[in-house]
Design a protein around this ligand. Sequence first.
Ligand code: HEC
Length: 107
Amino acid sequence: MKSLSFRLSLVVVLALGVVGVCISSAAAQDAAATYKSKCAMCHGADGKGGKMGTKDFASPEIQGMTDAQLSDIVTKGKAPRMPAYGDKLKESEIKELVAYIRTLGKK
Ligand code: HEC
């Protein structure tokens, strides 16, 4: 009897793990889609900078900023041309975008 409940709890733990992985990869996909629709036209699909002369997200200058600094720029914008997204995106979406900018820096 003991082994049955042990096996059951193992199944529960595994199921929770699978759900957790699915949720986090869904968030990453959302961030990629948001980036593509809202940021790529100025920053380039790979974050290397687009026609606007934006900086390479993979550069040490950008990757050297803290998550708080990056999300602050996305929330409030940056003069003169970086738009503010504080009223267009949820705080959680901005956080995911910052994480996405980090992944662009690793390529
Ligand atoms: C209209 C074009 C445009 C769009 C759209 C845009 N950006 Fe920017 N962004 C800029 C420009 C240009 C700068 C550089 C500062 C400046 O000159 O205004 C910048 C700067 C930044 C910076 C600071 C790094 C730096 O180069 O100083 C971050 C981080 C950033 N943008 C993230 C984003 C994210 C994330 C999105 C999408 C939610 C986004 N941007 C959408 C134009 C844009």
